[in-house]
Design a protein around this ligand. Structure first.
Ligand code: NAD
Length: 244
């Protein structure tokens, strides 16, 4: 496949999980890839690592500029860095709401703002935001997290409308429960992680978790000219959870 040959991509949260699988897949298929993360020290060649915190506009601007310079431009931004939050509206105080929105929503706004001047110069510009089925599923014990992903969903639609005339497509993927270090950390908190994992898998229509590679495949599709006429869409990668 040559659809990624020559594409220059920046993946936020690319040091772990879905972001890492995406960065590796794009690079395997011929793209030049940079990763922006809090700690990109585990990232290996040919990926380029840039340290930044998406809550810090100065560090985001420096990392995006550094990536664009090192790659010779930017065609693709994968806005993927994100954190979780559990509980109902009574469980998280205002500071926690601000903290999670700062990462999950404003983090994507900051990277997009820094990347758009570079993307506008590309003939194949695409932004892919990692959203979640939580955006629309009404999951229990996920009020804050779901609200951030609902905002990412709306942001994707609004950005798609704003930037298509400049040649920049904007889409999102909606993973279900994906088998990444994030889920591993959640399971490790249970008294019996293996039993908890089995119960989690049993709740999935497909009988298993979604893999990071499967989410990466959907992101890669939306990032590539293969989806050249697609903008403002959300692609579920959830093993059938959306249909429940
Ligand atoms: P992960 O914890 O494995 O990876 C997240 C990465 O983001 C890490 O490398 C982390 O360092 C980075 N990151 C976090 N905060 C950051 C910040 N302030 N600045 C820069 N980088 C930061 O998690 P994952 O499961 O791969 O999740 C990736 C994305 O997928 C998130 O947006 C998450 O909401 C979304 N998602 C995950 C699942 C799931 O079940 N794993 C389901 C739906 C959506």
């Amino acid at each position: 496949m040559t659809d990624f040959e020559g594409l220059k991509a920046l993946v936020t949260g690319g040091a772990s999980g879905i972001g890492r699988a995406t960065a590796e897949l794009l690079a395997e298929r011929g793209a030049q890839v940079a990763v922006l993360d809090l700690d990109p020290s585990c990232v290996e060649k040919p990926l380029l690592g840039f340290r930044a915190d998406v809550t810090d506009d100065t560090s985001v601007r420096a990392a995006v500029a550094g990536a664009a310079e090192a790659l010779g431009g930017l065609d693709v931004l994968v806005n993927n860095a994100g954190i979780g939050a559990q509980g109902t509206v009574e469980d998280n105080d205002d500071d926690e709401w601000r903290r999670v929105f700062d990462v999950n929503v404003l983090g994507m706004v900051r990277t997009a703002r820094a990347a758009l001047p570079h993307l506008r110069r590309s003939a194949h510009a695409a932004i892919v935001n990692t959203c979640s089925i939580a955006a629309t599923a009404g999951l229990p014990q996920r009020a804050l997290y779901s609200a951030t992903k609902g905002a990412v969903h709306s942001l994707t639609l609004a950005m798609a409308a704003d930037h298509i005339r400049e040649g920049v497509r904007v889409n999102c993927v909606n993973p279900g429960t994906a088998d990444t270090p994030w889920i591993g950390r959640l399971l490790d908190r249970a008294s019996d992680p293996a039993a908890e994992r089995a119960a989690l898998e049993a709740r999935q229509p497909a009988g298993r978790l979604v893999s990071a590679a499967e989410v990466a495949g959907a992101i890669a599709y939306l990032a590539s000219p293969l989806s050249g006429a697609t903008t403002g869409t959300s692609l579920a990668v959830d093993g059938g959870m959306q249909g429940l």
